[in-house]
Design a protein around this ligand. Structure first.
Ligand code: ATP
Length: 660
């Protein structure tokens, strides 16, 4: 896909998107999280780009939400869905759902939503989803026990690029190669020329190593798994709990993950554990062995009467010999025992059977008192143990990495599927929370039965259901606080959700497929001349834009407040007539319904939200508009109540009632 063909994507944004691993996939899947990882692209922008890509795919000109209130309803619908996601990914992914006038896009989401609604969002699945995140590629892997070596400058730059995790060294000859082997546990020579030469240390000649960098740095694979371990385990749990068909055997994955620690090192290898433990306690063990030998020697000396002939003593002193010589002569046996004890203790404590001779050299047979270890022998032992440990770790890492490498693609699918399930579950939970059904498309206008708006300021259980249908244009009258605005909101929300391809909060709904939703919310107070003129222009443009090719739904709430009542009744009558002529569907909520009907040249349909009476100062309202009936206003109802209340007998209220 040509990135710049997406609405809203220019050269600069396209360049940022190209930095991503697979921008086409991210766009195709609506992966807003991945798109937002491109430099300079915020999450809001990423969602707009993803929507742009969908629009391009469906040839969708956009513009469904034609007014601020219509856009607000889309946001409200998204919030209701996002409230029901567990992962951040799903919340962002939902941002790609938008109301569209294009049937293919609506059908695409409807198919997805229908499947989503089949899911049963159990607590166990939702809990497991908590720890699922998009997979991360660890970028800061540095391996210090291995290096690559080459004589060739070109191979050198290729190696640096292909294997940034390792140092790459330029060498001139085998001597330099051998020198390198002293500083690293393993040296991988990349030139065929080194094959067959006899080299010291662990030097491997692998001319094809760069073709398969993972074989040289198994840490790359291992750190991917170690880094994403929690997500992978959680994604596996999601598959188990939700009974999804996993792309790989979950027990094998669990088993492989168990063999890694959080740094990507191999766990559960006895030899490695032993070598690591030996290296960690080397210094302590040396001290302990020294102490043991010295205790033995001290006791032996204390318990012993050393008899020495005067002549011998003299000759020793004359030769300048010290106590050591005495020890050697008189206590040779005890000294040998002390050293034997020290060596046994040292080898035993560190479990060093494989390196006994090196370990023994740490305690020399030369008698001294106190007994002291040989520092050089100790560092040789340390080096040997480190190299053996690193070589073994390297081998084990390659084995585990080989096993895991085959699972990598499946793991990506495993996590993608779990995250996608969260998106589906959000739709299922939304549908369940608000007793939704899939709407039908067809006919003129809309018909809603048993609709309950989740946007009301009362708990959803307390929302009274509303039936309402309109074909063509209609005025909606009603008592104060009867629910006129709420009815418009319900209609707007149902139509918006339906065009998003989603289920709607009603027992039944049928909607005409439209291209634009124009919802004008109530304006606060009278407009000044300039604002009034621009509002009129807006309606003028709206009316002239309606055509056979472009169907619209117009919802308008109390437009009368923009100017004085007489003038606004005329204006509303005019707009309604024009919309009617052009075949649009429109609902105008107004307290001036009677005046509008009077001002109109054609017969306008009027519906009314009626009050059955007043009880304890409160209106008893039936929220469902009565078709074809102008509702009585609140003042009329109150005057009627006073007229019925016979305390004022002079007929004043009866006369007042007559005026309505
Ligand atoms: N279907 C419903 N179920 C329960 N409560 C509702 C319903 N519709 C409206 N209400 C309650 O009535 C209140 C007033 O509703 P709304 O603002 O829609 O009335 P209105 O007829 O537009 O009022 P006004 O004439 O003052 O503009 C809402 O805030 C809500 O508390």
């Amino acid at each position: 896909m040509e990135l710049t063909s997406i609405p809203g994507v220019g050269e600069k944004t396209a360049a940022s998107l190209r930095e991503l691993d697979d921008p086409e996939r991210a766009l195709r899947d609506g992966d807003v999280s991945a798109l937002a990882r491109a430099s300079g692209i915020s999450e809001g922008r990423a969602a707009r780009i993803a929507r742009g890509a969908i629009r391009a795919r469906h040839d969708d000109p956009g513009g469904f939400t034609a007014t601020a209130r219509a856009r607000e309803l889309h946001r409200d619908a998204l919030e209701l869905l996002k409230d029901r996601t567990v992962t951040d990914y799903a919340a962002k992914r939902l941002e790609t759902l938008y109301p569209s006038g294009v049937q293919s896009r609506i059908d695409e989401v409807r198919a997805f939503a229908r499947e989503a609604m089949e899911h049963d969002p159990t607590d166990a699945v939702l809990d497991a989803l908590e720890a699922v995140e998009p997979l991360d590629e660890p970028s800061d892997v540095h391996v210090r026990d291995r290096c690559l070596a080459t004589q060739d400058a070109e191979t050198y730059s290729r190696a640096r690029e292909a294997v940034p995790e390792l140092s790459v060294e330029l060498v001139e000859d085998t001597r330099q190669l051998s020198e390198l082997a002293r500083g690293y546990s393993t040296v991988i020579a990349l030139d065929e020329a080194f094959a067959g030469t006899d080299l010291e240390g662990d030097v491997r000649v692998e001319p094809d190593a760069l073709d398969d960098p993972e074989s040289v740095v198994p840490e790359r694979t291992l750190s991917f798994f170690a880094h994403n371990r929690e997500t992978l385990q959680a994604a596996a749990a999601v598959h188990r709990e939700a009974d999804l068909d996993p792309p790989c055997d979950l027990d094998t994955l669990d088993g492989a993950l168990d063999r890694l620690d959080s740094d990507g090192a191999v766990r559960g290898d006895e030899d490695l554990d032993r070598l690591n433990a030996a290296l960690a306690s080397l210094d302590g063990a040396v001290e302990e062995a020294e102490r043991l030998a010295n205790d033995h020697l001290r006791n032996a000396i204390e318990e012993r009467d050393v008899t020495i002939e005067g002549g011998d003593l003299l000759s020793l002193v004359e030769r300048g010999a010290g106590v050591d010589s005495l020890l050697q002569r008189e206590l040779a046996e005890e000294y040998a025992t002390a050293i034997r004890k020290a060596r046994e203790q040292f080898v035993d404590a560190l479990d060093l059977e494989d390196t006994v001779s090196l370990a023994n050299r740490v305690f020399e047979e030369e008698p001294t008192f106190p007994v002291e270890h040989d520092e050089q022998a100790l560092s040789r032992l340390r080096e040997e143990l480190t190299a053996t440990r690193d070589r073994r770790a390297g081998r084990r890492k390659r084995e585990v990495a080989d096993e895991l490498a085959g699972l990598q693609a499946d793991c990506r699918e495993l996590v993608d599927r779990a995250l996608e399930l969260d998106v589906e579950l959000a739709v299922a939970r939304f549908a369940e929370a608000f007793d939704c059904t899939m709407p039908e498309f067809g006919g003129d206008g809309f018909a809603i039965e048993g609709g309950r708006s989740p946007l009301l300021d009362v708990a959803f259980e307390a929302v009274e259901s509303v039936d309402y249908r309109v074909e063509g244009v209609a005025l909606l009258s009603g008592v104060n606080s009867g629910g006129k605005t709420s009815t418009l909101d319900l209609v707007g929300l149902v139509v918006t959700l339906a065009h998003m391809g989603l289920p709607v909060p009603a027992e039944y709904a049928r909607v005409e497929r439209i291209d634009e939703l124009h919802y004008h919310a109530k304006t606060q107070g009278t407009l000044d001349a300039g604002a009034f003129e621009s509002t009129l222009r807006e309606f003028g443009n709206l009316v002239t834009s309606v055509s056979e090719q472009r169907s619209v739904l117009v919802l308008v709430d109390e437009l009368e407040s923009i100017t004085e009542p007489g003038a606004s009744a005329n204006i509303m009558a005019g707009i309604l007539e024009a919309l009617d002529e052009r075949g649009a569907t429109a609902v105008f909520v107004s307290h001036l319904a009677r005046e509008i009907i009077d001002a109109a040249d054609t017969e306008l349909a009027v519906d009314g939200i009626q009050a059955d009476g007043i009880e304890d100062g409160e209106l008893i309202v039936d929220r469902t508009p009565v078709k074809g009936q102008l509702a009585r206003s609140t003042p009329e109802l109150i005057v009627e109540k006073l007229a019925e209340d016979r305390t004022a007998e002079d007929g004043f209220y009866d006369a007042l009632l007559e005026k309505f």
